[in-house]
Design a protein around this ligand. Structure first.
Ligand SMILES: NC(=O)c1ccc[n+]([C@@H]2O[C@H](COP(=O)([O-])OP(=O)(O)OC[C@H]3O[C@@H](n4cnc5c(N)ncnc54)[C@H](O)[C@@H]3O)[C@@H](O)[C@H]2O)c1
Ligand SMILES: [Fe+2]
Length: 386
């Protein structure tokens, strides 16, 4: 039976909750943790807090600090080999989505042979022992059922379905997110908004996910500007962390669609930062899906501050929603699309990759090559690039 609403991860949240890591691992019976993170997070002292909490319960730990943005397959293989060699019995991710996804991949390879990329389609064995501590508020990977791993040979970001490798526990401590500079706060927050907006309009959405997605979008519209403008605003940090985690839960239940197909393709091929790529893509997606789900696009527009008098047709509803989103993003000082020189053949290839990307089939309209071309041209502002 395919259930439409499920939550598998045990969550602890609140300021200072990283201190409960030792209790959680002790209760679960783990004795040696493989900590997956980045050198930057280690420098900031968050990993020390984690290790102190584990040490109090006499739980050993080993640090693997090589997770890098858009984690490549090679890092996952290297981490998995070290994790096995060190005979760790659980994997603890502490960092942004890149650390979490690298940790998911490493945990998959503790129980499954081969390369992580084999599992884009191949069924994997159940992989217990993943504990996740996010330090950004965006990907929601702590509650999602996916890991995005970069196939460096083919320049592709590959979604790995991880229903059998979700986190067992997530620790949501907003204090860990305070050190995010404003740019990362914006990028990650806009990623979370895209998760909720795309899950809300995906073909897998249902009455239960709808109500949650609306609330996630409302929370982000209210609190992302506050977190962006004052990183020490603890209420905004806490609300953004919750919204982002719940947004990840919506990815699990309803998934993202064309905006993320665009972001995965341009992230891998043009090296656009994930959250920015999502933000460039979303207004175009709102226009593309306007005829298919006008009431939902209108609701997204309203959440973003657009006003409607009831006389608008589907096209006008979408235009207003897209304009409201652009206005929201520009108040957060979203950078312009970087200068790109793309040939017609390269634009064509980007469009083809979007059509065949894993999430595109969940868009409420069929993503044809023409539609994908429109996304590339508009989202990357190609006409104004010359
Ligand atoms: N698995 C999923 O469900 C899912 C969903 C969306 C996106 N993703 C993937 O997640 C990745 C992006 O993750 P992200 O946006 O969280 O960024 P990230 O993990 O790539 O981190 C971005 C930068 O922020 C730094 N950073 C992290 N936390 C910080 C903090 N508290 N203070 C200061 N700096 C900090 C990192 O060291 C890094 O340099 C992409 O690969 C994207 O495709 C995964
Ligand atoms: Fe995302």
């Amino acid at each position: 039976m395919n259930y439409t609403f499920e939550q598998k991860v045990k969550v602890v949240n609140g300021a200072g909750s990283i201190k409960s890591a030792g209790d959680i691992l002790e209760e679960a019976g783990y004795k040696k943790a493989f900590i997956v993170t980045t050198a930057g997070i280690v420098k900031r002292g968050s990993v020390k807090k984690l290790q102190d909490s584990l040490a109090e319960k006499e739980i050993e730990s080993v640090i693997f600090d090589k997770a890098i943005p858009d984690p490549p397959v090679e890092i996952v293989s290297e981490g998995a080999a070290q994790c096995k060699q060190q005979q760790c019995d659980c994997v603890v991710a502490i960092g942004g989505g890149s650390s979490i996804d690298a940790a998911k991949g490493i945990n998959v390879l503790r129980f499954n042979d081969g390369s992580i990329l084999d599992y884009t389609e191949k069924e994997m064995r159940q992989c217990p022992g993943l504990i996740v501590i996010p330090t950004t508020s965006g990907t929601g990977s702590e509650l999602s059922n996916g890991a995005i791993i970069t196939d460096t040979e083919n320049d592709m970001k590959m979604p790995i379905p991880c229903a059998n490798c979700m986190a067992e526990y997530a620790i949501l401590d907003p204090e860990l997110t305070v050190s995010m500079p404003s740019g990362i706060t914006r990028e990650t927050g806009l990623d979370a908004f895209s998760h909720a907006a795309e899950a809300y309009t995906s073909v897998l959405s249902n009455a239960m996910t709808d109500i949650v997605c609306e609330s996630v979008m409302e929370t982000i519209v209210k609190y992302l500007p506050a977190a962006y403008n004052n990183g020490n605003d603890m209420e905004a940090r806490e609300k953004m962390q919750t919204a982002s985690a719940v947004g990840g839960w919506m990815l699990y239940n309803a998934c993202a669609h064309a905006g993320h197909s665009f972001a995965h393709v341009t992230g891998a091929k043009l090296h656009l930062v994930h959250g920015n790529a999502c933000a460039y893509g979303l207004p175009v997606v709102l226009k593309i899906i306007g005829d298919a789900v006008p009431q939902k696009v209108k609701r997204i527009g309203e959440i973003l501050g657009a006003s409607y008098d009831g006389s608008e047709d589907a096209g006008q509803i979408s235009e207003k929603a897209a304009a409201a989103y652009r206005n929201f993003a520009s108040e957060l000082e979203l950078p312009k699309v970087p200068k790109l020189v793309l040939t017609d053949a390269e634009i064509d290839q980007l469009a083809e990759s979007i059509v065949s990307e894993a999430f595109a089939g969940l868009c409420p309209v069929k993503v044809t090559k023409d539609i994908a071309c429109q996304m590339v041209m508009e989202a990357l502002d190609i006409k104004n690039q010359e």
